[in-house]
Every structure is written in structure tokens, then in C-alpha cells.
Design a protein around this ligand. Structure first.
Ligand code: 5GP
Ligand code: MG
Ligand code: MG
Length: 178
């Protein structure tokens, strides 16, 4: 285990099993729809990479980078687009792939924006959900794990851009924050 990690919340094996399960479910639901899977950079990169390999159907992918105005631990609800999609999503079945939903502010903004571009459908798959922290009425269409209100890192999730490469989801030791 990494020396900065206090506790492993979700193991590599648990993630693998859940991603396979989600991939199978999504493959059934989207098999004839040629979905456009949109990865929200950077946190969702490992999840997206693993998930699409559990989806042996016709699909495409694209990437988006957004930043929330406000400080690094709480989002304000106003989202700045750092990198937009490469192509039009008009008439497409869009599946947003996210790492975690916290307040829900980022995603609710994104969903409204993408719907405004006349997608045929816009749905969300998130690996993690922290419903206790929600500030807007938003729930994912597909979710890997519901977790308690703790700041987690690993499998794409960072603290100050680090720990994204850990293959599991963990909680940091307090001294790392100081
Ligand atoms: P929301 O708009 O839902 O509050 O913010 C979602 C974003 O905040 C996530 O995509 C992620 O970048 C960040 N975030 C929320 N909770 C956590 C957490 O527990 N750990 C990490 N590393 N990032 C988080
Ligand atoms: Mg994210
Ligand atoms: Mg972050």
C-alpha cells in the first residue's frame, strides 16, 4: 500500500468486478444505439479506459475538460469549459462517464449544456457517488459504488494532481493534508 494511504476503501478487485458488471449492463442498453461515451478529464480516465473494454458494442468516445469556478475542494456550480467535444452530438445517445458525483453541480451544468445541443439522450455513469453531499437534484443513471462523505483518491481521483495512478480507491492520512 502507498505510504500516504490510511485505508483502502475499494480494492482493485472490487473495482474490476464492478466495472465488468456495469459494462455488461451498458452494453445491453446501448447495443443498437452507437453511444458516444464522453470522458470527463482527468479523473474519469482510468474508469473510461476500463469500462469501454467491457463494452464490446459499436460506440465512439470523446473527451471534455471542465473546471469549476471556486476553490479546489468545493464547486460553485459555474463551469468553465477547458476542452470541448470534437464533434456535434446532435441526435446522439450520449453517455457521460464520471469519476465521482459530490455536490452534483458540475454534472448538472454539463447535462443541461449537452441536452441543449440536441442530443437524443444524455445519461450519466459514475464510478462513485456521495449522495450525502448533494446540492442539486441529480442522480446518476448508472453507479458503481455509493460511498460516505470522505475525500477519496486513486483510480483517477487526485489530491493536488497526485495519486491518480493508484489502482484502488483510498483515503489519505491526515498528515498529508498538512
Ligand atoms: P461536484 O460538482 O459534484 O461537487 O464535483 C465533482 C468533482 O469534484 C469530481 O469530478 C472530482 O473532480 C471532485 N471531487 C469530489 N469529491 C471528491 C473526492 O472525494 N475526491 C477527489 N479526489 N475529488 C473529488
Ligand atoms: Mg470528475
Ligand atoms: Mg481533482
Amino acid at each position: 500500500m502507498h505510504q500516504d494511504i490510511k485505508e483502502v476503501l475499494i480494492s482493485e478487485e472490487q473495482i474490476k468486478e464492478k466495472v465488468r458488471e456495469l459494462g455488461q449492463r451498458l452494453s445491453e442498453e446501448y447495443k443498437d444505439l452507437n453511444p458516444l461515451c464522453i470522458c470527463v478529464l482527468k479523473g474519469a480516465v482510468p474508469f473510461m479506459a476500463d469500462l469501454i473494454r467491457e463494452m464490446p458494442i459499436k460506440m465512439e468516445m470523446d473527451f471534455m475538460a471542465v473546471s469549476s469556478y471556486g476553490n479546489s475542494t468545493t464547486s460553485s456550480g459555474v463551469v468553465r469549459i477547458l476542452k470541448d467535444l470534437d464533434a456535434s452530438i446532435e441526435g446522439r445517445h450520449v453517455l457521460i462517464v464520471e469519476d465521482i458525483i459530490d455536490s452534483g453541480l458540475t454534472l448538472s451544468y454539463l447535462v443541461e449544456m449537452l441536452k441543449g445541443r440536441n442530443a437524443a439522450s444524455v445519461k450519466i455513469v459514475t464510478l462513485l457517488d456521495k449522495p450525502d453531499r448533494r446540492k442539486v437534484d441529480l442522480s446518476p443513471d448508472y453507479c458503481g459504488f455509493t460511498i460516505p462523505d470522505a475525500f477519496v483518491i486513486g483510480y483517477g481521483l487526485d489530491f493536488a494532481e497526485k495519486y491518480r495512478n493508484l489502482p484502488y480507491i483510498g483515503v489519505l492520512k491526515e498528515e498529508v493534508y498538512q
